[in-house]
Design a protein around this ligand. Structure first.
Ligand SMILES: NC(=O)c1ccc[n+]([C@@H]2O[C@H](COP(=O)([O-])OP(=O)(O)OC[C@H]3O[C@@H](n4cnc5c(N)ncnc54)[C@H](O)[C@@H]3O)[C@@H](O)[C@H]2O)c1
Length: 739
């Protein structure tokens, strides 16, 4: 046996070398510079060794590999930028070579003259799946935990190690394009159906089955290297090709609104690559990959959606020196809309939950919500009847506070009423151990005020979920003035345990997320008042990259809730705190026309009974004199949405409400889908350049109003030429892994 740091190679009596990838310092295998060096050496070793007849590559971990370590790309881009400042041609050459490193290593494997089989034992993503595609045989273990795919497009990249060329040479071009441009992952069954793997076997037989392929005489030649190879969908210029490409381009435009250069590059790369032999095709892919690596979108998406997201998920904001909490029991107060969801995600993480409401029927109804969600999963084949039983057995519905005894954490989700919240806090604390943490899920009441109801304000914190709880991945953790480190650590441990992403926010009206969302909706009301036709408003938001239009979003959260919030803000802060024209619009919608939103079927949209689809309410046209569509500049509408939200995020940073730019960025994408290609609300500003952004905000302020006034922080940053990640360096004082 030969051992490398990250691999071992063991050749058996039949001459089959088993290459096992098992990185000692990682929980999941990833491609790093060192891994590529070692794999290169192993390829030379097994090729030169006459005793070796074939190679099986597998993993020593639960998963196969997560693909490339993107910090490696970040390092490469940093070197590129430094070199680019000195010598552009040399910098591009360096980037081109770096971009092709993995691809040519895989090509070397597939043309080495000996058969390689990939034995896929678990998650196999990105570069690792591309390695598998370069192998002559691919066997996957059967089971739920095996997923494979090429998700690069989700972080602004594309599969640059042969993925764009091998997938459409194996699968039919339509499913290949769909897989590559959406980054969706595949079960073994689906992958086999697409002709991407050869066999699915029992996990215990995986390596033997892979070896059997070699013993059965597997040819060390890929189909595309054989004479007479034909593309599965026929040549690009065939009649079938003519039917495929124009609609594919149209669909991609519709889905991405041309906001994602990587998705467009995939399409070009596949099209051009299929016209030529594979070696040239790989060079085409390398060229496009080099281009994509230089885009702002790739840099920002890698930073926010890969690196920052991982760091926050690992508890980057957890205070040091507090023992991790192993949750034995969690209490949820209020088994309504939110409480029922919180109980479900907690039990899903295997933690016992006491679900308390005013009476047993309400508490039981809360548990039924979990039963309903599990039924949905069972129907889709993603859970079994036993899973459902097990999950339900973890939820104890009750109306008895005595049951909270022994809870490490209680999350309160009763009515949004300070007096009721006070009552349940006092009753719980009478039973809870003094060290227990008490959290409120309030969406509007300041945590510092609520903590006054507690005998132990140090243990009091906000844990703010978004609805629907089972689907929304972000949780805001709100610090009251007296919240202690232990409560913060417990809250982060809990959010991590339920596999969601925590961001830490200081106490303020609307916290972080809702402040930004309100700006988004308010800009749409402003546009309605200006007479912009409603369909243009909704479309412009989607073209800017927002997943849900602002009017549809208001309907979802309820127009009467918007009215309530405005009224409360006027009561608390005075009339000037709310735009009076917008207040009048919302009052007209609710009081005059009875339009409360989706919940009563009448909002900015009408919601007819299924199967008819929702459509914008025609009465909107009567509210304000309408502008002609040709008098509206859609590009400006798009800018207004992104700029107004980004400005609010900048204000939040300036006020010290959020202190880490990673949280503002990741939070904006996970909570309300802020145009992901920008990398989030602050990266949108960083990507444009602070000075340029301030210029744009000033121009919008002049034309559309004070909502576009740049805060002092931004003016200061623009004057100094600073970005958010320089001003609020999240790595300051720490060893910077992601250089
Ligand atoms: N609805 C949302 O989208 C959302 C989002 C984030 C946060 N929140 C917050 O979550 C909390 C709950 O909201 P919801 O939408 O689930 O409300 P809900 O009306 O659906 O549920 C509240 C539940 O609390 C129970 N309850 C009321 N008084 C109680 C008491 N004294 N003791 C025990 N149980 C009691 C009610 O019976 C009800 O089942 C509120 O603070 C709200 O602001 C709501």
């Amino acid at each position: 046996m030969t051992t490398y740091k990250n691999f071992s190679v063991e050749t058996d009596a039949d001459g089959i070398a088993l290459v096992t990838w098992d990185m000692p310092d990682r929980s999941m295998n990833v491609f790093t510079e060192e891994v590529m060096d070692e794999l290169d050496k192993i390829t030379d070793q097994v090729t030169a060794d006459d005793k070796v007849k074939g190679v099986v590559v597998t993993s020593g971990k639960d998963s196969f590999s997560g693909g490339a370590d993107l910090t490696m790309l970040q390092r490469m881009l940093k070197l590129f930028n430094e070199e680019n400042a000195r010598d552009h041609d040399a910098a591009i050459k360096m980037l081109f070579e770096g971009a092709g490193r993995m691809s040519w290593l895989f090509r070397k494997i597939e043309t080495c003259g000996k058969p390689w089989v990939s034995a896929i034992n678990g998650t196999c993503m990105g570069g690792a799946f591309e390695l598998s595609l370069a192998c002559h045989g691919r066997v996957a273990a059967d089971g739920d935990k095996v997923k494979m795919g090429l998700p690069e497009v989700k972080v602004g990249l594309f599969p640059g190690a042969g993925g764009t060329q091998r997938v459409p040479r194996l699968a039919d071009p339509q499913s290949a394009l769909q897989m590559l441009t959406t980054g969706s992952s595949l079960s073994p069954k689906k992958a086999k159906g697409m002709n991407l793997i050869h066999e699915i076997v029992e996990p215990a037989r995986l390596v033997d089955a892979a070896k059997d392929m070699i013993k059965g005489g597997l040819k060390p030649v890929q189909p595309w290297d054989e004479k007479g190879f034909r593309l599965p969908g026929g040549p690009v210029y065939s009649a079938a090709g003519a039917n495929l490409w124009p609609p594919a381009i149209a669909i991609l435009r519709r889905e991405t609104q041309n906001n994602y250069p990587a998705a467009a590059a995939i399409l070009k790369c596949v099209y051009e690559g299929l016209l030529v032999p594979v070696d040239t095709a790989l060079r085409i892919e390398q060229r496009y990959f080099t281009e994509i690596l230089q885009t702002t979108e790739a840099a920002m998406m890698i930073r926010s959606l890969f690196i920052s997201l991982q760091e926050l998920n690992k508890g980057a904001r957890r205070p040091d020196g507090v023992e991790p909490t192993k949750f034995k029991k969690i209490g949820v107060l209020g088994a309504g809309f939110m409480g029922a969801g919180i109980a479900y995600v907690t039990a899903k993480a295997g933690i016992p939950v006491v679900l308390l409401d005013r009476d047993m029927p309400s508490a039981e109804k809360g548990r039924d919500h979990s039963a309903g969600l599990m039924d949905g999963l069972i129907k889709k084949g993603r859970a079994s009847a036993e899973d459902k039983e097990k999950l339900l057995s973890l939820i104890t519905p009750t109306d008895d506070y005595g049951q909270l005894d022994g809870c490490d954490l209680v999350v309160e989700a009763v009515f949004e009423d300070s007096e009721i919240k006070k009552g349940v806090t006092e009753k719980s604390e009478a039973v809870l151990k003094p060290s227990a943490t008490f959290a409120s899920n309030t969406s509007t009441i300041p945590i510092t005020g609520l903590a006054k109801n507690s005998k132990r304000p140090k243990n009091f914190i906000g844990i703010h979920f978004f609805s629907p709880v089972d689907r929304m991945m972000l949780v805001e953790i709100i610090l009251g003035k007296k919240t202690g480190d232990k409560a913060l650590a417990v809250a982060i441990d809990y959010v991590r345990a339920i596999k969601k992403t925590p961001i830490v926010v200081n106490d303020t009206r609307g916290f972080y997320v809702n402040r930004c969302v309100l700006r988004y909706m308010s800009e749409a009301y402003q546009m309605l008042i200006e007479g912009v036709p409603a369909p243009m408003i909704e479309n412009a938001a989607k073209m800017a990259g927002m997943p849900v239009g602002p009017l549809a979003l208001t309907d979802e959260t309820a127009i009467d809730l918007a009215q309530k919030i405005m009224k409360q803000t006027i009561r608390d802060l005075g009339e000037k705190a709310v735009d009076q024209e917008q207040f009048a619009l919302i009052n007209t919608m609710v009081d005059k026309h009875g339009r409360h939103g989706r919940k009563n079927g009448k909002g900015f949209y009408d919601y007819p009974a299924k199967p008819a689809k929702k459509h914008l309410w025609p009465g909107l046209k009567e509210l304000y004199p309408q502008k002609a569509p040709e008098d509206v500049d859609v590009e400006v509408l798009k800018q207004r949405f992104l700029v107004t939200i980004a400005l609010e995020a900048a204000r939040v940073m300036g006020e010290g409400i959020v202190t880490d730019p990673r949280e503002a960025d990741v939070g904006s994408i996970l909570a309300f889908g802020f145009a992901p290609y920008t990398g989030g609300a602050l990266s949108y500003i960083d990507g444009m350049g602070t000075a340029e952004f301030v210029k744009l905000a000033k121009a919008l302020q002049k034309k559309y109003g004070a909502q576009f006034k740049a805060p002092k922080l931004l003016l200061d940053m623009a004057a100094k030429g600073e970005s958010f990640y320089e001003r609020f360096d999240p790595y300051a004082g720490k060893v910077k892994e992601a250089a």
